[in-house]
Design a binder for this molecule. Structure first.
Ligand code: ATP
Length: 235
């Protein structure tokens, strides 16, 4: 569904990602892991069109998308749930969800999708009229994911959805991510909770200093001693 071929991305003179090649097959959950500053967020922002790659190609369902504006990429079916959630604190839950669907014209379908995301996250239904900023961290993450789903993505990009959340809430978020995937959405996820993400991802890539240094089926990486030493120690 998504293919990155030799992608490099930079902030001015600083090369953050170098020659990244990866693929996300339809229907799968693919994880991107690596230390802080490894280039995970940069990779996600480049796929979403927020950053233009300096080299390489990105193909989505066979069509080249690198260089397209973010809204065009979103319309093709890619939604990014950014690091730090970035929900609209002074808008209600309902209004935040409306923002996710703003470019859609199929109003009847949008209404049906409200019901679908409320079924997935009942707490958002209960708090429909509440301001986003008054939600707990976990609820804000749910809202960020729900908002992305309102665009009806084929591919969901999740950048550290568990960041700053209590373990039980993290379990909840991960369970929901599996349910979203089971319902047909392909997922690329960046996670610091390496042990947990490798327990449900199909395949994973390891980024170090902007480069892919290892890849494989998640269960293979999980039992790899080098991965265990670098990312699973004590957690
Ligand atoms: P984190 O887990 O901290 O988000 P990451 O793996 O997502 O880490 P990136 O945020 O992609 O890493 O950062 C990759 C490199 O690019 C780092 O060296 C970082 O300092 C640099 N970088 C990130 N954003 C910018 C920016 N806006 N301007 C300049 N350099 C940046």
């Amino acid at each position: 569904m998504l293919v990155l071929e030799g992608i490099s991305a930079a902030y001015g003179p600083i090369r953050a990602v170098r020659d990244v090649t990866l693929r996300v097959p339809e229907g799968k959950i693919v994880a991107l892991i690596g230390a802080n500053g490894a280039g995970k967020t940069t990779t996600m922002r480049t796929i979403a069109g927020l950053l233009r790659p300096v080299a390489g190609r990105i193909l989505f369902r066979g069509e080249r998308i690198d260089g397209l504006k973010p809204y065009r990429i979103a319309r093709l079916g890619i939604s990014l749930v950014p690091e730090g959630r970035q929900i609209l604190a002074r808008m209600t839950v309902r209004e935040n969800l409306e923002m996710g669907a703003f470019f859609r014209r199929d109003r009847a379908e949008v209404e049906a999708d409200f019901e679908r995301v409320y079924a997935l996250f009942p707490v958002l239904k209960e708090r429909e009229r509440q301001l986003g900023g008054t939600l707990s961290g976990g609820q804000q993450q749910m809202l960020a994911i729900a908002r992305a789903l309102m665009a009806r993505p084929k591919l969901l990009l999740l950048d550290e959805p568990s960041m700053g959340l209590a373990p039980l809430v993290v379990q909840d978020i991960f369970r929901t991510i599996r349910a979203i995937n089971a319902a047909g959405t392909t997922i690329l996820i960046v996670e610091q909770n390496v042990r947990q993400v490798l327990a449900f991802a199909d395949y994973a890539y390891v980024l170090e200093h902007g480069e892919i240094v290892q890849e494989g089926p998640a269960e293979v990486l999980r039992s790899d001693p080098a991965i265990a030493a670098a990312y699973l120690g004590g957690r």
